[in-house]
Design a binder for this molecule. Sequence first.
Ligand code: GRF
Length: 228
Amino acid sequence: MKIAVLLSGSGSNLQAFIDKQHEGVLNAEIVLALSNNPDAYGLKRADAAGIPTWAQDHRRYSCREKFDQAMLAVIKKSEAELIVLAGYMRLLSTPFIKEFEGRIMNIHPSLLPAFPGAKAVAAAADYGVKLSGCTVHFVEEQLDSGPVIIQAAVPVPVAEDPKLTLERIHRLEHRIYPQAVQWLVEGRLKLEGRQVILTESSQPKVFARPDYDLNSQWLVFPPLEQGF
Ligand code: GRF
């Protein structure tokens, strides 16, 4: 399956896709990396991996729709079948979402629907939650909403520096996001209303073991398979 990745920043999730592809557990080809921030470090990661890039400052366009139209044109040329939002810090316009309905995924650093929007990790810590985490979901028009594919939870020790919680969440993001895409590639994600159902694999699956040291204790549902 051909995928296009949209990003605005560091691109560590893009890197996770590249790595999982190289490890042979993600059977997808990243055909394009796009950004609204020409200085995004993620573009350098794409270059290093030989992935074609497209980057334009969105402020040079008169409106969101025009910018999204420009992205759509290059995405269509690339023949990407799935759009992966990996730290893409802009809302997508309705026509863009309609064009790729059911074929856009996003990752967010909270257990949605709690704490949508920017600075989710700090907001969760300020609220005093005991569990935080990350969510991969299909994209709907509202910010950080849509049917949930996979979630990972991590503990939030009292008074922990949110930077440490974020690191712990990132390590899991880099596992659950490629896993979610691989399930889609295998044709195992069925949408029934708001429920995303993971169907059985035709191959026997071995599950990954959780790492139980204090810094990476986690719970993922549905469970990750070996290699993720
Ligand atoms: C991640 O925390 C993701 O959940 C959020 O943006 C961040 C992107 O990080 N949507 P990176 O650019 O992939 O390193």
